[in-house]
Design a protein around this ligand. Sequence first.
Ligand code: NI
Length: 165
Amino acid sequence: MALRQIRIQGDPVLEKVCKEINEVTPRVQELIDDMIETMYAANGVGLAAPQVGILKRLVVIDVTGDNPYVIINPKLLEADGEQTGYEGCLSLPGKSGIVTRPNHVKIVYQDENMETQELEGTELLARAIIHEMEHLDGHMYTEKVEGDLVNNDELMAADTDDDEE
Ligand code: NI
């Protein structure tokens, strides 16, 4: 496994629509392993393949720190409720902004064995799922920020969530 370089906002690769994965080849498996390692090394709760320069519909998410989801070709089945809170992104390090998201989502996707799975999430997991899925269509959370971006070190005193995705 190896760490991959995380692309920063402004890199054109972050604005492209990713392609579906038909097969988990050894090369895709290596990408999955590297993305998980890169996410943990960066203290993130999610990472999408375009953030490491690969235009494939693949994300990894772990909001608990010990249970990474490998999500291939995700499709949204349900989204309801509402949550408003700070959100960040590993492609925009050190910054956060307020974004309103659904409080509950349900997706269907393929796991790393290409078996179809469903995943439901609320709160941070729901936020992470939607955030990462938007990366696969070339979108960043900054398009939806309410108000100004803030520096994470200014947020520390405010007891807020500074997870980066
Ligand atoms: Ni992100």
